[in-house]
Design a protein around this ligand. Structure first.
Ligand code: NAD
Length: 296
């Protein structure tokens, strides 16, 4: 299948590579020219703009950082909306349901169908093809792309309306954000009391406190102080802000989400938006006057 792919970052590059390895023919674009080089070496064709991608493929996938960039790439000047061949736009980014619905409506005016397909499972999941792929959109259009999306991991069709998969993704990510923020506070508390953080993580993982931060983020990136899982604090903070917007729009309780949001805003402003999201532990360490893991 001929597929367009826009956005070749931490997630997009390994997903695009997996599509090529599965036998698909790719037309790719990223504003960073160097991002395309390894994929061109694998046989992908380089396009000059999102509109050029959409001139050359019926199915165009995108993995982009922020909702306003998704909107611009999809519906702005030079966007996929101007393409002559495109039939469906599949957004792999975390965009939020409001922007997803706006993009879907704008594309529908040009008879292009939008399919939401945000993913979860991190860079390692993108590399190994073990992502959770959450999909919403018209069933007949999803049928066209389901096999291609299965290259990324397990496909869950969660609804037929634009934005439903985005709400699913935000529910997942607010839990992931909460687990990392809460585990950081709990482990810092133990370290301040003299506990060994590695032993704490072993105990938590054998007990009822086990979660994705204790099983994955602490052992891989916080205890070794490598802070290198490939997801920027800016993007996790964006996801938490989107979850709060979603809760507000739906009129549902959000007390815990707001507390989690404060922890991410602190990491965003004190440690920096471009740092790996596992650095959320650092503002908590600073306030406690301890360091988790070995000294830097
Ligand atoms: P990233 O910043 O590493 O990659 C984004 C890519 O988009 C970059 O290569 C950038 O150059 C490109 N880009 C930016 N503006 C562009 C434009 N106008 N046209 C074309 N390309 C453009 O981000 P990422 O970590 O790969 O995340 C991508 C999306 O996936 C985000 O929405 C994120 O929330 C989501 N996500 C990320 C992870 C993760 O672990 N990194 C996990 C699940 C979901």
């Amino acid at each position: 299948m001929e597929i367009g792919f826009i956005g070749l970052g931490n997630m997009g590059a390994p997903m695009a590579r997996r599509l090529i390895e599965a036998g698909h023919s790719l037309v790719i674009y990223d504003t960073r020219n160097d991002a395309a080089v390894p994929l061109v070496a694998l046989g992908a064709k380089l396009a000059a703009s999102p509109a050029d991608v959409a001139d050359r493929a019926e199915t165009v996938l995108a993995s982009l950082p922020e909702p306003h960039i998704v909107a611009k790439v999809a519906t702005g000047a030079g966007g996929v909306i101007e393409g002559r061949r495109i039939k469906r736009f599949v957004d792999l980014s975390t965009t939020g349901s409001r922007v997803a619905a706006e993009v879907a409506a704008a594309l529908a005016a040009k008879t292009i169908v939008q399919i939401d397909s945000p993913v979860s499972g991190g860079v390692a999941g993108a590399q190994k093809g073990t992502l959770a792929v959450m999909v919403s959109g018209p069933a007949a259009e999803i049928a066209h792309v389901k096999d291609a999306l299965a290259v990324f991991g397990t496909v869950f069709v969660v609804g037929d309306k634009p934005g439903m998969a985005q709400t699913m993704k935000l529910a997942n990510n607010i839990l992931s954000a909460c687990a990392l923020a809460a585990t950081s506070e709990a482990v810092v508390m133990g370290v301040k009391a003299g506990l060994d953080p590695a032993i704490m993580i072993d105990v938590i993982n054998a007990g009822s406190g086990r979660n994705t931060a204790s099983t994955d983020k602490f052992p891989k990136a916080i205890l070794p102080r490598s802070f290198n899982l490939g997801f920027a604090t800016a993007l996790m903070t964006k996801d938490v802000r989107l979850a709060l917007d979603e809760a507000k729009a739906l009129g549902v309780p959000d007390d815990i989400m707001r507390a989690v949001g404060r922890a991410w805003e602190t990491a965003f402003s004190e440690i920096g938006p471009d740092k790996d999201f596992t650095t959320i532990v650092q503002p908590i360490e600073r306030r406690a006057g301890v360091v988790v893991g070995k000294q830097t």
